[in-house]
Design a protein around this ligand. Structure first.
Ligand code: MF3
Ligand code: CO
Ligand code: CO
Length: 269
């Protein structure tokens, strides 16, 4: 296990990559409406990344050990899909929730961020899951400072999810990120305060909790990528890429239309 500490120029490049990833979400947000297909959203994001930004969509042809090459440029995970949903013919319907996960490469560095979008007017239950998951991510972010541990991040996320009657997915986690898409350390979204890797300035990793309305267990679809809840309950996810600074943290995946830190998490800082 080796964690790559980033220095001046690398951090500057990661800020650019992070902002660009978030700007793809700003671009696509108004287009996430009933009737659009996930494949259309993929094509639009692909063109925006490659033609407007001059970024490389990191998911396209990504093939970690044990996985077939990922065939698209973004992930679109709808309703009971937890993560890694492959865009295709599916048209979004009024009341769906959809996570769009964007990872760009700019000048060799990765920026990774996702948001869960409400399509039309979802149920109160779906909106509450989406909102609590957003709070979970931000409560985790607010733990990030030198000397804190990875367990501190997981513990606050787990506590808030469970307090709301939800469960935390365990098979997928946040990750170090830089010149590689997925680096050490792993950032579990559950855990015990004071345990695990201790954070140091210059570490950069994602926090990307996947929270299920029902039980935590997962199932992989036959496409080799899409992960769904085993009990078919709804699942939501949000993701930011975060830098550990000398005094706390900086969120790198921010842009003009990033939703703000929620009050509950700001109060925990
Ligand atoms: N962006 C995802 C993450 O947050 C990884 C997607 S891998 C892909 O780590 F191949 F499905 F795109
Ligand atoms: Co990630
Ligand atoms: Co991601």
């Amino acid at each position: 296990m080796s964690i790559i500490i980033k220095k001046g120029d690398e951090i500057a490049a990661m800020r650019v990559a992070g902002r660009l990833a978030s700007e793809v979400l700003d671009y696509i947000a108004p287009l996430v409406v009933p009737g659009v297909t996930t494949g259309e959203l993929d094509q639009l994001c692909h063109l925006y990344m490659t033609e407007v930004q001059g970024t490389i969509p990191a998911p396209l042809h990504y093939a970690p050990p044990g996985y077939p090459p990922y065939p698209k440029s973004i992930c679109t995970s709808v309703n009971q899909q937890i993560c890694h949903g492959i865009p295709g013919e599916r048209a979004l319907k009024d009341g769906d929730i959809v996570n769009i996960d964007i990872t760009v490469i700019k000048d060799g560095f990765h920026g990774d961020t996702s948001r869960t979008f409400l399509v039309g007017n979802p149920s109160i239950a779906a909106r509450r899951l989406t909102e609590v998951t957003y709070e979970c991510m931000w409560l985790g972010i607010e733990q990030v400072r030198p000397g804190a541990t990875v367990g501190d991040i997981g513990a606050v996320i787990q506590r808030h999810a469970l307090a709301n009657g939800y469960s935390v997915v365990r098979e997928y986690c946040g990750h170090g990120i830089g010149r590689s898409f997925h680096e050490d350390p792993q950032i579990l979204h559950y855990g015990t305060p004071g345990t695990g890797v201790r954070l140091l300035p210059g570490m950069i990793f994602t926090i990307e909790p996947m929270i299920n309305a029902g039980r935590r267990h997962v199932r992989q679809l036959g496409d080799g990528w899409t992960i769904v809840t085993r009990d078919r309950s709804l699942s939501a996810q949000w993701e930011h890429t975060v830098l550990v600074t000398e005094t706390g943290h900086d969120v790198l995946t921010v842009s003009a239309n990033s939703p703000p830190c929620p009050d509950l998490a700001a109060a925990s800082a």
